[in-house]
Write a protein that binds this ligand. Structure first.
Ligand code: ADP
Length: 395
């Protein structure tokens, strides 16, 4: 729309193009054409309902938009009080607020209130108002604006319900996984003991095929035991309370390397780490995380003995740790799969494992509000990165 100049005819349907034109000639022009008429037009086209009440809270003006918001014509509103349009309990609450406001005569912003549409529907409005005074400073009432926030409020309530349901089913699932794996341990222990007994007492009298079968059963029982232990560890990450505390991550890595001594020695691996920072996290979970990543780095070695290096870099709000190895690497097309529970890229005969290690790592990192990812070149090596916020976040 071309800018209007003071020379053009006064056309009140055409506001100035920009705010700064209100100064000088254009502003003068608005006043000439009847500023009130111009602002009345604005009031009528805005998507909010504009209103005025007197000092007793009686509507003296309602813009036509009220019809869209509450179903009433402006004439039906004038003479009523805001509380006449509300359910009784809400009317009581807002009337008390209004009494306070008329005493303090202060502006108010975004006061949420529930109203009844003419058709009986509940409509949530957000009301803001400014006090009006005459030239002598006598309080005349309020002018203000109402916005319909029914839909955003419904969306918000729906989101809260969904979050609560999700939280509940997550807890149920957690509890289920924990109890199921816990309760499975006992019969499994019995099974292993009876198999052992069978082997000890009657092994001599059995033929080779029968003894092989017993030994296969015992291997399966041991395998099941590992699966249950890993499932318990996975469930444990979610059920564990937030026990965040400051500690030296280098000391935790040293302790993990001590626990991994047997694997390090048997694989002739060399594991080193830079100076690692003090962080605030759950030390038990962090030890588990390092143990899984370093354990994998040693396990998935190529022809060369494993060389594993652990480092950390600092950014404004987080630490990013890296566990780098020179192992077999991972085909980039499989990288998304490896963090999924029970996903493995190799058979158990090639590399033993349950496929839960990285899923546990991901859970631990997420519990701290961080991210985990990996970069790899097949045949050359893999680096796993994970971030831990300096201020741990609620999961
Ligand atoms: P698991 O070690 O029990 O197989 P994980 O969840 O720890 O289970 O790992 C999933 C898969 O990701 C592994 O089976 C392996 O294929 C791949 N992987 C994990 N870490 C490495 C690594 N450092 N180098 C190469 N492959 C890896």
């Amino acid at each position: 729309m071309p800018a209007r100049t003071a020379d053009e005819p006064n056309d009140c349907s055409r506001p100035p193009n920009t705010w700064h034109q209100q100064s000088g000639a254009a502003a003068q022009s608005i006043q000439n054409c009847g500023g009130e008429q111009y602002f009345r037009r604005l009031v009528e086209i805005t998507s909010d309902w504009i209103w005025a009440v007197d000092a007793d809270g009686v509507y003296t003006y309602a813009s036509p938009k009220v019809k869209d918001l509450l179903g009433y014509e402006p004439e039906e509103i004038v003479g009523k009080k805001p509380f006449d349009l509300m359910p009784p309990d809400e009317a009581q609450r807002v009337a008390a607020l209004f009494r306070d406001l008329t005493r303090t005569q202060e502006p108010f912003l975004r006061l949420e209130n529930t109203n009844l549409h003419k058709d009986g529907r509940r409509v949530v409005l957000e009301t803001s108002g400014m006090p009006v005074f005459d030239a002598d400073g006598t309080f005349l009432g309020y002018q203000g604006v109402d916005r319909d926030i029914t839909k955003p409020k419904q969306d918000e309530a729906e989101l809260k319900r969904t979050m609560a349901n999700l939280e509940q089913s997550n807890q149920d699932l957690q509890q289920f996984a924990y109890s199921a794996s816990h309760d499975l341990q006992e019969p499994l222990r019995m099974l292993s003991s009876y198999l052992q007994l069978l082997d000890q007492r009657y092994g001599e009298g059995l033929d080779e095929q029968a003894r092989d079968l017993i030994s296969l059963c015992m291997r399966s029982a041991r395998w099941m035991q590992r699966l249950i232990e890993d499932l318990l560890a996975y469930a444990h990450v979610g059920s564990r309370g937030k026990q965040f505390e400051p500690f030296d991550s280098g000391a935790v890595v040293d302790q993990v390397l001590g626990d991994l001594q047997a694997a390090i020695q048997s694989n002739h691996a060399e594991v080193t780490h830079d100076d690692l920072p003090n962080i605030t996290a759950d030390p038990v979970l962090m030890a588990h995380l390092f143990q899984n990543l370093i354990g994998n780095a040693i396990k998935f070695h190529g022809d060369q003995p494993s060389r594993v290096q652990i480092s950390a870099t600092e950014s404004a709000d987080e630490w990013v740790f890296a566990v780098r190895d020179n192992g077999i690497g991972i085909d980039p097309k499989n990288i998304d799969r490896i963090f999924v529970i029970f996903e493995r890229l190799h058979s158990r005969e090639e590399y033993p494992g349950t496929g839960l290690g990285l899923a546990i790592c991901k859970r631990i990192v997420q519990r701290h509000g961080g991210r985990i990812w990996c970069e790899s070149t097949p045949g050359t090596g893999t680096t796993f990165f994970f971030s831990i916020p300096k201020q741990p976040v609620s999961p």
